[in-house]
Design a protein around this ligand. Structure first.
Ligand code: PEP
Length: 258
């Protein structure tokens, strides 16, 4: 049984630390004891305040990106050691906004996820096709390449320490969600790709989140799909009640109880 995992990607939202603290304070009260791994990924400046608000809570802290070097002359970047030091346990790697707006490549994704693993952070590695690629029937080829190159040279043991997220770019922030069938099809493909390269145990163990306009209203059907192990949530993670409802939906869909 793969434990469901729901992560909130706040992106560049939450104008003040107090807003961030208020959100997690409400969230920790409503998801206390739910048998789902819950992660929140605030903007860098609010990590320390949120870490403090989450002390002694089962909700884990994550960052939205990292650089692969531990320190040095890399103006504007944040290292894995800094993230670990502030209390992060997870880090998102290769989000489509990083790929599209900031030129992130599969090679960079690979360096970042290796660095995350080296410093004890769990990378949430995002893959997914654009609308144009889907319309050209290239979804499988795109995802295959992102998994092959992004996860290059990972050992089976490393693979056990990462989370994957299938995020069709056309579904992110658009209100246009993949149907449960579309999500399941690509999640099953990802599991097959993992099986081909790292074997059956790795494929059965790895958790693959779906991301793209997940809401309290559509989460249950998406999470009921056998290869959908959780969700990476943007917009709906900014409201404690909506995010908590998605977490509850994950527990219900997977039949897990406290
Ligand atoms: C995301 O940022 O990863 C995401 C899926 O955003 P949204 O839920 O807003 O589509």
């Amino acid at each position: 049984m793969r434990r469901p995992i729901i992560a909130g990607n706040w992106k560049m939202n939450m104008a003040a630390a107090q807003e961030a603290v208020a959100l997690v304070t409400q969230l920790r009260a409503s998801v206390n004891g739910v048998p789902v791994d819950v992660v929140v990924c605030p903007p860098f400046p609010w990590l320390a305040s949120v870490a403090q608000s989450l002390s002694n809570s089962s909700i884990a802290l994550g960052a939205q990106d990292l650089f692969w070097e531990p320190q040095g002359a890399f103006t504007g970047e944040v290292s894995p050691t800094m993230l670990a030091g502030v209390g992060c346990r997870y880090v998102i790697v290769g989000h489509s906004e990083r790929r599209q707006l900031f030129g992130e490549t599969d090679a960079n994704v690979n360096k970042k996820l290796q660095a995350a693993l080296r410093y004890g952070l769990t990378p949430i590695v995002c893959v997914g096709e654009t609308l144009a690629q889907r319309e050209r029937n290239e979804t499988a080829a795109v995802v295959r390449e992102q998994v092959r190159d992004g996860l290059a040279s990972l050992s089976e043991q490393d693979l056990g320490k990462i989370v994957l997220a299938y995020e069709p770019v056309w579904a992110i922030g658009t209100g246009r969600t993949a149907t449960p069938e579309q999500a399941q099809e690509v999640h099953a493909l990802i599991r097959r790709l993992v099986q081909e390269r790292w074997g059956g145990a790795a494929a059965q163990g790895i958790r693959v989140q779906y991301g793209g306009s997940v809401t309290a209203a559509n989460a249950l059907e998406l999470l009921r799909q056998p290869d959908v192990d959780g969700a990476l949530v943007g917009g709906a993670s900014l409201k404690a009640d909506a995010f908590a409802a998605i977490i509850q939906a994950a527990a219900q869909a997977k039949g897990v109880t406290a």
